[in-house]
Design a protein around this ligand. Structure first.
Ligand code: HSE
Length: 420
């Protein structure tokens, strides 16, 4: 029999206890033995969780319990769980975590400390979707060319509702929070940080890239307006917050930002709180993973799968799935300014003679080629210029936006959304 201790018995922890009980038949058959939760750590001992396990508010009750084989870390945060998980591994206990922030900062140290002790983290990326398993095991024969997807349900719900129902940003954020998917601080969702944590974990498995959130391009959906969503829809695009990892020679680009995607693309059809991730391998081609990226039972489904896996084998492959540079050399992070993309720009200008010529001159001066251009009246004296570019460098676009914003007939900083 395998005994489990859960540190942090909130929504997901409660679901873990319930799934192990409700589905004990299949779990026991698949694990080859029974799995029980012996105890759980909570902050508030007075709250009744209706669970049939020993509850304590002292982490050491689990860490020092020699009967506990697997510690499940569901406490959230970064440095506090890092200390707890290190102690668990040092005392020889296997660890399962759903904590993406912990891994975004400490995954390589944890791989080192874990060694051959099992350390699993399927629930940290895209909740119930077995994307870690797919990348680390199912696609392990491939060079990974790209990973691209919707990794944050809250912002996807917001983008979907803004497009479908024309609901204002603030109202829809409140709705998303009520659904129980949003992070405690919703800036993590709408600012792109939650998706970035997940992208960094996937990029480590695929490429061995050791980057921190501070090292990569992270933008959220805060500046996406109803106006841009409507224009996008009219021209056959959806706007989604994407996490993108792409290999280019010895470099890997990592970025999280809102994107215009053609409506016929599969990723564009992933709506509501769902997550969807496309992975392209050099041998397998494109594969797509779709499902609930959060929620108690969906996340706990991934946690319990890890517990079953540990019960089966007792040990883990190297935590990130490799133990030497994967491509004969260390791949490096592409500097943000060298990222190439197509761009959509909305520039609000005074509607006067010569404006268009002056704008296109700035494009030319910055070596940016226009693909399509359209002018739409915005008020009696102003117009929106809607422009899409051919592939351009991020540094050139950023310089050009600064230059355009400083022109006296430009009414506000141009809106820029990258295109896939
Ligand atoms: N806040 C996250 C989301 C939950 O909205 O997808 C899972 O990480």
């Amino acid at each position: 029999m395998i005994k489990v201790g859960i540190i942090g018995v909130g929504t997901v922890g409660t679901s873990v206890v319930n799934i192990l009980k409700d589905n004990a038949d299949v779990i026991s058959a698949r694990a080859g033995q029974d799995i029980v939760v012996k105890s759980g750590v909570v902050k508030n001992l007075n709250k009744d969780r209706g669970l049939d396990i020993t509850i304590t508010d002292n982490v050491d009750d689990i860490l020092n319990d020699s009967e506990i084989d697997i510690v499940v870390e569901l406490m959230g945060g970064v440095e506090e769980p890092f200390e707890v998980v290190k102690k668990a591994l040092k005392s020889g206990k296997a660890v399962v975590t759903a904590n993406k922030a912990l891994l975004a900062y400490h995954r390589y140290e944890l791989q080192e400390i874990a060694g051959t002790i099992a350390f699993e983290y399927e629930a940290s990326v895209a909740g119930g979707i077995p994307i870690i398993n797919a990348l680390r095991d199912g696609l392990s024969a491939n060079h990974i060319e790209s990973i691209m997807g919707i990794m944050n349900g809250t912002s996807n719900y917001m983008m979907t509702k803004m497009a479908e129902d024309g609901v204002a940003y603030d109202d829809i954020l409140k709705e998303a929070q009520d659904l129980g998917y949003a992070e405690a601080d919703p800036t993590f969702d709408v600012g792109g940080y939650d998706a970035a944590h997940k992208l960094l974990i996937l990029a480590s498995i695929a490429y061995g890239i050791d980057a921190k959130p501070e090292d990569i391009l992270i933008e959220g959906i805060q500046n996406v307006t109803q106006e841009d969503i409507s224009f996008a829809k009219e021209f056959g695009y959806a706007i989604k917050l994407l996490g993108i990892a792409k290999k280019d020679g010895n470099e890997v680009e990592l970025r999280v930002h809102a994107c215009l995607i053609k409506q016929e693309e599969m990723i564009a059809k992933i709506d509501g709180v769902m997550n969807g991730i496309s992975v392209v391998g050099d041998k397998v081609g494109e594969t797509l993973y779709y499902g609930p990226g959060a929620g108690g039972d969906a996340t706990a489904s991934a946690v319990v799968a890890n517990i079953i896996d540990i019960a089966r084998s007792g040990k883990s492959t190297p935590m990130l799935g490799f133990d030497k540079p994967m491509e004969g050399k260390q791949l490096t992070l592409k500097p943000t300014e060298n990222i190439e993309s197509k761009y959509y720009l909305r520039i609000n200008v005074s509607d006067k003679t010569g404006v268009l010529a002056k704008i296109t001159k700035v494009f030319e001066d910055n070596s940016i080629s226009v693909e399509t251009m359209l002018q739409r009246p915005a008020s009696t004296n102003s117009a929106n210029l809607l422009i899409s570019t051919h592939i351009a460098y991020e540094r050139d676009i950023q310089n050009m936006i600064k230059e355009i914003a400083s022109l006296n007939f430009v009414n506000s900083t141009p809106v820029m959304i990258r295109m896939v």
